[in-house]
Design a protein around this ligand. Sequence first.
Ligand SMILES: N[C@@H](CCC(=O)N[C@@H](CS)C(=O)NCC(=O)O)C(=O)O
Length: 236
Amino acid sequence: MIQLYKFKACWGLPDPSPFCVKVETYLRMVSLPYERVECATMFKAPKKKLPYLTDGGRTIPDSGFILDFLKATYGDTLDGRLSAEERARGHALRRMLEESLYWPMVYSRWMEDRNWAVIKPLFFGGLPPILRDLLPLFARSRVKKTLWLEGTGRHARDEVYDLGRQDLSALSVQLGAMPYLFGDSPTSFDAVAYGFLVNLLAPPIESPLKDHALTLANLPPYCARIRERYYAGPPA
Ligand SMILES: N[C@@H](CCC(=O)N[C@@H](CS)C(=O)NCC(=O)O)C(=O)O
């Protein structure tokens, strides 16, 4: 049985991490049975990040490598129909979300005081008393340092959100009037996009990114379409 190691479900969504939602959505899209293993922290993960997946004695960290493994092991039933050009576009979109939009999202959750007040009790509230006070301080300053090293943390707040808004607008243009990013049926790139969109739209985290996503008329219904199709019954 495939086991997906992920964070705890919250806010009515499968996971607060877009990468964990991506893998779970892909598993649902290809109808592979799996078991969720919810982790309180990522310290035991092979690369100290979630998600990772185990299957038949193999352990695969990283959502991208996980999808490669699943395609190689169980067949590439979703993306097989795509042309080389569509694959290249999907690849660029995926990188845009995972390597670009991700950082303004991190910024909105961890650097905005009002959103930090939302995620802090959720992510750390279950820890024992002393850890509960110390770990959030350490984690927040680590995220701040990461944002600085990555570069996003050096921009003014408005610039950070402009960068994220541009990515969301590009995603919206690619989707256009289609039900999925590459036509009438979903591909792995929709699993990626869903992981990000549901994590922007569903949580009680207000930001210019969420505001912008809500103004792009095709994105909320697209997100709802995937949610209804693949997460109709509990758990979300
Ligand atoms: N490239 C990785 C990224 C995964 C990732 O960044 N996960 C975050 C949560 S969204 C994490 O576990 N962060 C822990 C840390 O950086 O210490 C993937 O695609 O799985």
